[in-house]
Ligand binder design. Structure first.
Ligand code: XMP
Length: 327
């Protein structure tokens, strides 16, 4: 059984060699813990769950069952990438659940931010539990719990996202292969496992996804405008060499219209807000001051390419007084 508490003497995993040594130690430990039983994993495509999946695929192969729930609030290309990397390249046993309509139907007309989060979180558990019940012989549940989650839950700052929430009939034993690692160490291990850079060095992405970037009641067309503008922003940041340098960046499309003009005709469309921030601890956040040419290019592309957008704004507000997300 591997350590469930980070030993004080443990060296920081900050080289590919140390990451490989961690993998070499973890694989037999996972094989011993799991034996010939099956393990279930909710694979979002985020760094932690992706690294857990890659480790378990190496350790127990087809005994790992990954469930990827597409709740319709993921960024452009994310579900496709999860399928391509894990099913295509790693030959994982991956169940893809298209729950888009189910989530968006439940969210229709809901304007309260906390209510939206509750629906997204609750529905996620329901969908995952339904998939788990269809499977036979699952004994373990793998989770991407990391060391800061443990420290934060011990300090009473937040409850970490563990099995808490799954119904009682699904009381699996936990497998947490990155539990004693800090985030940068998880990335190191992910890189050593051969995961693509854009998965390993991903910026943070909230659990409720694009749902919190579509303030007010989520509609499919406005959600699509968030997704498309976010994709353009990410593309332009990459071209400008800013990805990996700016801590987090995204777009928001509020439920608000303004007058504009296109091809000589009046429009009455949404506006798109760009947010790009830097931080050390997310308690305090400063805006990234983007080069003028980049802002100009973003304005041109987003208004030209994203249906329903006729205006682009840039948010220069630090935290506090604003939070990073809009809901
Ligand atoms: P705020 O808006 O609180 O965001 O200043 C701080 C950081 O946390 C992320 N965030 C979330 N992450 N589930 C998550 O996993 C959530 O519900 C959630 N809400 C905000 C946000 O993207 C930012 O990086």
């Amino acid at each position: 059984m591997y350590a469930i508490t980070r030993p004080e003497s443990m060296a920081r995993i900050d080289t590919p060699e140390l990451a490989q040594a961690y993998i070499d130690e973890m694989i037999p430990a996972l094989q011993e813990q799991i034996g010939d039983k099956k393990v279930l994993l909710a694979l979002s495509g985020g760094v932690d769950s992706s690294v857990v999946a890659a480790l378990l695929i190496k350790a127990v192969g087809q005994q790992l069952v990954c469930v990827h729930v597409n709740h319709g609030l993921l960024r452009k290309g994310e579900p496709e990438q999860v399928i391509e990397v894990f099913r295509g390249q790693m030959n994982a046993n991956l169940i893809y659940v298209d729950a888009v309509d189910r989530f968006l139907d439940k969210l229709a007309g809901v304007t309260d931010p906390e209510q939206k989060r509750k629906i997204i979180g609750g529905e996620f558990i329901d969908v995952f539990a339904e998939e788990a019940r269809k499977l036979d012989g699952i004994q373990f549940l793998a989770q991407g719990t990391i060391w800061p989650d443990i420290l934060e839950s011990e300090a009473g700052i937040k409850a970490h996202h563990n099995a808490g929430g799954l119904p009682e009939d699904l009381a699996f034993e936990l497998v947490e292969p990155v539990r004693i690692l800090f985030k940068d160490e998880v990335r190191m291990v992910g890189k050593a496992l051969g995961l693509p850079d854009n998965m390993v060095y991903r910026q943070p992405f909230p659990g409720p996804g694009l749902g919190v970037r579509c303030p007010g009641a989520i509609t499919r067309d406005r959600l699509e405008a968030v997704r498309e503008s976010d994709a353009i922003l990410r593309e332009e940041f990459e071209k400008a060499g800013l990805n990996g340098k700016v801590w987090q960046y995204f777009t928001v499309v509020p439920d608000f219209r303004s007058t504009g003009i296109k091809n000589g005709k009046r429009t009455f469309d949404w506006l798109c807000i760009i947010r790009a921030i830097n931080t050390v601890d997310v308690v305090e956040v400063t805006p990234e001051y983007l080069p003028q040419e980049l802002i100009q290019r973003l304005v041109e592309r987003i208004t030209a390419e994203v249906p329903g957008i006729n205006r682009v704004l840039y948010d220069y507000t630090p935290k506090p007084p604003a939070t990073v997300e809009y809901e």
